[in-house]
Design a protein. Structure first.
Length: 214
């Protein structure tokens, strides 16, 4: 993986924590957005862990470029800022994880492992803010997106937005996990999103899922 942060001590500390794990290896570091993109394009790591506020375009622009130019590298954002505009911009840029810097080291390690396996992870604070934003009705509605989905695909999206894993969705709908996996892939393609986190945002934006309603 690569680690990008403009604070040398922070960057080195994070890299040391991750490198201490037997199954993880930091292959590159960067101090700004442009360098972060260059490292990823050169090294093609499984995961890029990066701060948002950095020189050289910053982490948001870097995340968008990485997900577009190196789609096999999964971006996890680690920052001191939990403002909504950064959260949603990072997720829409294609990040699969968003953690605050005051998270326990074990949680950061966990997030990297989850991302490397193809999963997505949000800090509980971020998840709560996501739900609260959509509960207030501040999000734009785009119900036309749902018309692209079949009834079964809509059911699958609803369960994805609830945070269920494929096996749990399969049990709920009475189908196999492999079939759920296929449905999820089709849903992502039809919605034009990269991952389950972005699909969850779409489910809230369209009104398919509302906070507190199952």
């Amino acid at each position: 993986m690569t680690v990008a942060d403009d604070q040398t001590v922070v960057r080195a500390g994070i890299a040391a924590i991750l490198d201490a794990e037997p199954d993880l290896s930091v292959v590159g570091q960067a101090a700004d957005g442009e360098a972060a993109v260059a490292r990823v394009l050169e090294l093609r790591p499984d995961v890029a862990l990066m701060d948002i506020r950095m020189p050289g375009g910053g982490g948001l622009a870097a995340a968008a470029r990485i997900t577009a130019e190196a789609p096999c590298t999964r971006v996890v954002v680690l920052t001191t800022f939990d403002l909504d505009e950064y959260v949603f911009a990072a997720l829409r840029a294609g990040a699969v994880g968003f953690l605050l810097k005051d998270a326990e080291p074990e949680r950061v390690v966990d997030a990297v492992r989850v991302a490397a396996r193809g999963g997505a992870l949000l800090d509980p604070v971020v998840t709560r803010r996501l739900v609260e934003r959509y509960a207030t009705g501040d999000a734009p509605a785009d119900a036309d997106l749902l018309r692209r989905l079949t009834p079964r695909e809509t059911d699958v999206l609803r369960h994805v937005a609830r945070g269920l894993a494929n096996a749990e969705i399969a049990a709920e709908l009475g189908i196999s996990p492999a079939t759920v996996k296929d449905h999820v892939a089709v849903v992502l393609a039809k919605l034009g999103v990269r991952n389950r986190v972005q699909a969850t945002i779409a489910a809230y934006e369209t009104g398919l899922v509302r906070p507190g309603v199952r």
